[in-house]
Design a protein around this ligand. Structure first.
Ligand SMILES: [Fe+2]
Length: 393
């Protein structure tokens, strides 16, 4: 067995009603919080007011920024960091989906550097490696969607508006100190958001399983998360108030996050290609991977027959009597069928991609997400990436 290490430093409170924990954990984290929440939805659902009340009951002052957009932008982070510093906040709370949690992480990080612009710390910036930077202020993540897994990963993704890129970054200090995963907060998530975030969970888990840095630790979570999504995403799409299925999707999300965040495992080129689509078009994150996933599987299935055969089994498309070779070869079809089943079978043009964007998207994939590209079991050239994009257009 090869050597590996693992660590799960975030204390996660999981279960229906666990939002209430905010009252006890926030005061142990600091005296004044900046709470970053998704625009409109957290207010409309009453979740924002409940969170603020719990913080106040816990004796914590709170500065609220409830205008986080899906796909947060560098300019937003710079502005919100100014608010954090002006108000002398001690920690950041992300309340919402990946956008809110990633904003909280980015603000906690940039504030610790004394402000400035987050662009300096993203791919292409002078401090892109994050080496020598100060540790972020403490972070609490309260996730209200089953997608991104941000509550259990160090990663945060911010759109670079200057170069139309969507780089991901992070270090140990941008792991949440606490995470709250309360399925009751997810029952009001609209169907289209449930779909695109749920499919993101599937990709986190599947990509972690076929990454060249997968370990027995990450396999454990990746396998279970794929199985849970295949069994439960349809249920929550059909009935968003199915709390049991919401809980299973929430669990799949958090453990897929562990698979891509904790064990030095990662997503592979599917996320690299998807992020570059998102940088150009602002399309929902999950759908960008749905657009390129089958082409990636077709390009790479023969890199590890045993693993790709297992993917076909986990996706529920194994037929009795087929060899591993045949199962692996069918993995692109199996993925396409699962995407079809969940209403996510899209092409890049459906997301607004035009042929003339492919060059910039390819450059961006290598520039901003090379870590994920390098995790692929099959080494990928620029020509391979262009081909996958063309096959997915
Ligand atoms: Fe993702």
């Amino acid at each position: 067995m090869k050597a590996f290490d693992f660590s799960v430093p975030t204390r996660v409170f999981f279960g229906n009603g666990e939002l209430r924990r905010l009252q006890e954990i926030a005061p142990t984290t600091g005296r004044r919080a900046m709470l970053l929440a998704a625009k409109h939805t957290m207010k409309q659902t009453g979740i924002l007011d409940r969170a603020v009340e719990l913080l106040k009951k816990g004796g914590v002052d709170v500065v609220v920024s409830d205008n986080v957009d899906p796909n947060p932008k560098d300019v937003d982070i710079d502005r919100q960091t100014g608010v954090f510093l002006t108000n002398k906040c001690d920690f950041a709370i992300g309340l919402g989906g990946g956008s809110s949690m990633d904003s909280a992480k980015a603000v906690a990080f940039l504030a610790a550097q004394g402000g400035g612009t987050i662009l300096d710390y993203l791919a292409g910036g002078p401090h892109a490696t994050l080496e020598g930077t100060k540790p972020a202020f403490p972070i609490i993540c309260v996730t209200t969607t089953a997608g991104t897994g941000s509550e259990t990963t160090p990663w945060w993704v911010i759109t670079n508006t200057k170069w139309h890129e969507k780089p991901g970054t992070g270090n140990d200090s941008t792991m949440a100190r606490y995470a709250i995963v309360d399925p009751e907060l997810m029952v009001s998530v609209p169907q289209e958001v449930t779909r695109s975030t749920g499919i993101d969970v599937l990709f986190h888990a599947m990509e972690a399983f076929i990454a060249n840095v997968a370990t027995p630790f990450t396999d454990l979570f990746a396998r279970e998360a794929v199985t849970l999504v295949v069994a439960n995403l349809g249920k929550v799409l059909e009935n968003g108030r199915d709390l049991e299925a919401r809980g299973r999707m929430a669990w799949a999300n958090s453990i897929a996050g562990i698979a891509i965040g904790e064990g030095k495992s990662s997503t592979v080129a599917i996320h690299a290609l998807g992020h570059s689509i998102g940088g150009q078009t602002d399309a929902p994150h999950g759908l960008t991977m749905a657009a390129v996933g089958p082409a990636y599987m077709a390009k790479t299935w023969d890199a590890d027959i045993v693993r790709y055969a297992e993917v076909t089994r986990l996706l529920g498309y194994a037929k009795p009597g087929l060899s591993d070779q045949e199962l692996a070869q069918r993995s692109p079809e199996a993925l396409a069928a699962v995407l079809e089943k969940f209403g996510c079978r899209v092409r890049m043009r459906d997301l607004g991609v035009k042929e003339e964007m492919l060059g910039a998207m390819t450059d961006s994939a290598f520039k901003t997400m090379s870590g994920c590209l390098n995790c692929s079991l099959k080494p990928l050239s620029r020509a391979d990436v262009v081909q996958m994009y063309k096959d997915s257009l």
